[in-house]
Design a protein around this ligand. Structure first.
Ligand code: PEP
Length: 256
């Protein structure tokens, strides 16, 4: 059975002093995780160590929001995979649309980050998705395929067990406007077909494909009921521990 993943993306939000209360509230309201499911919190770098410590005795994991592809060097302001691993963190987002949009990340850079994650044995949630303009032009599949093939250019099928894709239509991120469950399923199914031609059926069927873009308790049930929607990457609604715990419950209920 394919793993289900619910990932929080806090982006550049919260303060260190809020972490204990957030995680306590989340733990209090969240259900016991089903064995095939995972919950991760992608927090700002400066909270990674503390989050990893606070989550150490739980089944939940802290994750980075971004990493550099080199291990060390003259890359001011960047953080490497060995650095996050030293803090006990083995999961990261890669290629989030805000990195692409505001920090100039290209498919080639995303590909280098993905290769570094494979080498370091770090679980990557690769983010892809089209802008509103691209959807209106009818080129969603072209864009998504280019992003995935660029990111996975040097990735081997062995890494499939340590990889998830997050389909995040850019027009749905932080806008309150979510894709319909049919729209999400259509693109997720297309992504699965790309993964099949790239890695073969067995590996492709193991890779969780998450939906991201204004997912919240009110729309999660329908999205998570789709056969190729294996979880969610959640920005805004993850900032409330209670809402995120509600999403964890809905994820649990979606697993038969
Ligand atoms: C995100 O940042 O990955 C995201 C999906 O944000 P939101 O849930 O706020 O749309």
């Amino acid at each position: 059975m394919r793993r289900k993943i619910l990932a929080a993306n806090w982006k550049m939000n919260k303060r260190s002093s809020e972490l204990s209360e957030y995680f306590e509230t989340f733990k209090k309201h969240s259900p016991t995780l089903k064995p095939s499911s995972e919950i991760v919190f992608a927090v700002p770098y400066v909270f990674l160590e503390k989050s990893a410590q606070l989550l150490a005795q739980t089944t939940f994991k802290a994750a980075a929001q971004n990493v550099h592809w080199e291990k060390d060097g003259a890359f001011t302001g960047e953080i490497s995979l060995p650095m996050i691993k030293e803090m006990g963190v083995k999961t990261t987002l890669v290629g989030h649309s805000e990195r692409r949009q505001f920090f100039g990340e290209t498919d080639q850079m995303v590909g280098r980050k993905m290769s570094a994650c494979e080498k370091e044995g770090v679980f990557a949630i690769l983010c892809v998705g089209e802008t509103l303009e691209q959807r209106d032009q009818g080129i969603t599949n072209v864009v998504v395929e280019e992003q995935i093939l660029g990111a996975l250019a040097h990735i081997t099928a062995n890494y499939a067990a340590l990889l998830a894709i997050a389909y995040e239509p850019v027009w749905a991120i932080g806008t309150g406007r979510s894709a319909t469950s049919e729209m999400a399923q259509e693109v997720h199914q297309f992504i699965r077909s790309i993964l099949m031609s790239r890695f073969g059926e067995k590996a492709a069927n193991q890779i969780p494909i998450l939906y991201g873009g204004s997912m919240k308790p009110a729309n999660a049930k329908e999205l998570l009921a789709q056969p190729d929607v294996d979880g969610g990457l959640v920005g805004g609604a993850s900032l409330s521990a209670k809402d995120f715990a509600d999403l964890a419950k809905i994820l649990g209920e979606s697993i038969s």
